[in-house]
Design a binder for this molecule. Structure first.
Ligand code: IPM
Ligand code: MG
Length: 360
């Protein structure tokens, strides 16, 4: 008997609907092949949520997400809503989902596909063979710390402030996920902080060092975030797994994505303590190309593969998707963002259909 997967599909804004459509087609194909049963629900989120019911994370959407085992998320962001009060902006939907579902562990792999080594802005020899996993803490740090705001000083001047804060328990739980991940890969973990300046990250470093004693088989190193940003460009292949806080992870993962040639290729997983997860491409809603059949659906399709692996433990099905993507790239198919000499240019739907076909 196959299990039925309960998945919430939250397509969101911009290119979100067209890229999630292709990932859903891939999941349906695997279901038709007997890998699993599918129970899909969908709801509005982000700007679409705001337009439908006045809030970027409507009550029904949150409830659907809570009741599902996994969430396939497209993208949120809509320039025309940027003037709304912060709590109503589309981005609040993803922050609200992360926080309310306790999705503290964000996995952002940056892998270079051989066909795309020349698409990177770095020299092919610097990036080819790169296989890096960034683990970003996702529910703490300056993103959620209180107090925060803009206050008026006695002299009438405005002052903005946010709070960087981490509890030991928060550092420990992301640390454990990172050490376990390193154990399954190259057994090297680099913890990134700014311990030379910030108290919060001195604690981060101390806790990681202590935790390292439980994982003698993993070699732990520490790096300041400014140096890490530089080292990613200088020699990205020195890294196996990186673990860092929410703010630094946001920045470093965007940087790492560009080493691979296209941000349109990179998936991500955000997991809670029980491997329930939200899966999304790391690129945004790209409103400039929305609805034009130009977006690359591969990051979302690869996010669906991560979902099958991490939430459902369906390694064979996850692997089938990744192999199909590799085959399509090897065949020379390319959306605009990964166009290269000799490739065959296709749109979003044709790229998705090619992956479905490659699944057999
Ligand atoms: C990301 C995004 C989000 C973040 C935004 C959209 C709130 O940049 O997932 O990296 O800052 O975490
Ligand atoms: Mg970001």
């Amino acid at each position: 008997m196959t299990t039925t997967l309960n998945i919430a599909v939250l397509a969101g804004d911009g290119i979100g609907p067209e890229i999630t459509r292709e990932a859903v087609a891939v999941l349906r194909r695997l279901a038709a092949q007997g890998h699993f049963g599918l129970n899909l629900g969908s709801a509005e989120v982000g700007g679409a949520g705001y337009r439908a019911s006045g809030h970027p994370l409507p009550e029904v959407t949150l409830r659907l997400a809570q009741q599902s085992q996994a969430i396939l998320f497209g993208a949120v962001g809509d320039f025309s809503l940027d003037n709304l009060p912060r709590e109503l902006r589309p981005e609040q939907a993803i922050l609200g989902l992360r926080k309310s579902l306790g999705l503290f562990a964000n996995l952002r792999p940056a892998i270079i596909f051989p066909e795309l080594a020349s698409a990177s802005t770095l020299k092919p020899e610097v990036v080819s063979g790169m296989d890096l996993l960034i683990l970003r803490e996702l529910t703490g740090d300056i993103y959620f710390g209180q107090p925060r705001g803009v206050r008026i000083l006695d002299n009438g001047e405005r002052e903005g402030f946010d709070t960087m804060v981490y509890r030991e328990s928060e550092i420990l739980r992301i640390g454990r996920v990172a050490f376990e991940a390193a154990r399954k890969r190259g057994r090297r973990l680099c913890s990134v902080d700014k311990a030379n300046v910030l108290e919060t990250t001195q604690l981060w470093r101390d806790v990681m060092t202590g935790l390292g004693k439980e994982y003698p088989d993993v070699s732990l190193s520490h790096m300041y975030v400014d140096n890490a940003a530089m080292q990613l460009l200088k020699n990205p292949k020195q890294f196996d797994v990186m673990v860092t806080g929410n703010m630094f992870g946001d920045i470093l993962s965007d940087e790492a994505s560009m080493l691979t040639g296209s941000i349109g290729m990179l998936p991500s997983a955000s997991l809670d303590a029980n491997n329930k997860g939200l899966y999304e491409p790391i690129h945004g809603s790209a409103p400039d190309i929305a609805g034009q059949d130009k977006a690359n659906p591969l990051a979302t399709i690869l996010s669906a593969a991560m979902m099958l692996r991490y939430t459902f433990g369906l390694e064979a099905a996850a692997h089938a998707i990744e192999s199909a993507v590799r085959r399509v790239l090897a065949d020379g198919l390319a959306t605009a963002d990964i166009d290269r000499p000799g490739s065959r240019r296709v749109g979003t739907a044709a790229m998705g259909a090619a992956v479905v076909a490659a699944l057999g």
